[in-house]
Design a protein around this ligand. Sequence first.
Ligand code: FMN
Length: 192
Amino acid sequence: MADHPKKVELTPGIGHFYSWPLVLVTCADGQGKPNIITIAASAACSATPPTIGVAVAPARYSHGLIAASEEFGVNIPRKADLERADLCGSISGREEDKFARAGFTPLAGLVISVPVIAECPVNLECRLVHTAHLGSHDWFIGEVVSARADESVVVGDGRVDPVEVDGVFSWWGQYCSPGTPLDRWGFSQDSE
Ligand SMILES: Cc1cc2nc3c(=O)[nH]c(=O)nc-3n(C[C@H](O)[C@H](O)[C@H](O)COP(=O)(O)O)c2cc1C
């Protein structure tokens, strides 16, 4: 039998798992005033129809906005915008206009009434389809009803090139760079 690395038992928690891209979720109040919340807990939920989930604690100002409007934007920031992304996760839209403070530009949604962030290379517009009340955080699951990306990050067949996006993920409270791409899905079958 092969030798395996020795394992250490950990306290069950979500910190072991975080690895989706850090996203900036946009939302807006009833008067159309937009807000941004930094979210580490996001996930692709279903491919068809395309749905994305974001975990938002009920205490966040953004929580009430998303619950009321049933729309949100999911924007992937570049590593170069990490400080601005951190700022949007450190102050509340209850007190400050985060678009103004972070120097981000609201770009009108194509389908939803909530703007996306012009400086982020990937912008997804979501309509809320399900809310899962799980405890400290609610998962807002939205159907992606419109998607845009900077021309510079899109490769031939409409795929987004992760190297060009140069996003960020977080793990154990630490910002990490996704690093070197390895191989593509299915590469193990190349020589079959
Ligand atoms: C890197 C980072 C990741 C975060 N991830 C989440 C998250 O997944 N869910 C959440 O509810 N809050 C998360 N937060 C906290 C909110 O972004 C923060 O409380 C924010 O100020 C709330 O803004 P709002 O009151 O305008 O909604 C994160 C903060 C940072 C800095």
